[in-house]
Design a protein around this ligand. Structure first.
Ligand code: FES
Length: 122
C-alpha cells in the first residue's frame, strides 16, 4: 500500500517530540478521520529554527508530518506558509488516494503554528 519512502518516514520519523519553550504551537484534527497532529516551532529572525511534532494518526499522517518538518526547518515563515500538502505528498513519492487527506493535516498544522506565533508576536 505504501512506497518505501513513506514506510521509512513512518518507521523512522524525523523531529518527533515537543519543544517546551516553543514560540508557536498548534493542534489540528482531520475532519475525515478524527486523528490529531500537534506542531511546535521555534522561530528566530523570521526563520523556523526548530520544529517538532506529535501525531496521533495513521502511517500516512506520521510520514507526512515528518516530511513536512524537514521541508520547513530553516525556511522563513513566508516560505513555510506556502508549503502545500501536495508538495509533501510529492516529496514522499506519493500516497494512496484514500490517504491524501492525512497529508492535509501537515499543511494545516504548520500554518496554524505560524499563525499562533504571529498572534503572540504582533
Ligand atoms: Fe487519519 Fe490518516 S486516517 S490521518
Amino acid at each position: 500500500m505504501y512506497n518505501e519512502k513513506v514506510m521509512e518516514y513512518f518507521t523512522n520519523p524525523r523531529n518527533v517530540g515537543e519543544i517546551e519553550d516553543a514560540d508557536g504551537i498548534a493542534e489540528v484534527g482531520s475532519p475525515q478521520c478524527g486523528d490529531i497532529m500537534k506542531v511546535y516551532i521555534k522561530v528566530e529572525d523570521n526563520i523556523i529554527k526548530d520544529i517538532k511534532f506529535q501525531t496521533f494518526g495513521c502511517a500516512s499522517a506520521i510520514a507526512s508530518s515528518s516530511m513536512m518538518t524537514e521541508m520547513v526547518k530553516g525556511k522563513t515563515l513566508d516560505e513555510a506558509l506556502k508549503l502545500t500538502n501536495r508538495e509533501v505528498v510529492d516529496a514522499l513519492g506519493g500516497l494512496p488516494p484514500a490517504k491524501i487527506h492525512c497529508s492535509v493535516m501537515a499543511e494545516d498544522a504548520i500554518r496554524a503554528a505560524i499563525k499562533d506565533y504571529m498572534e503572540k508576536n504582533k
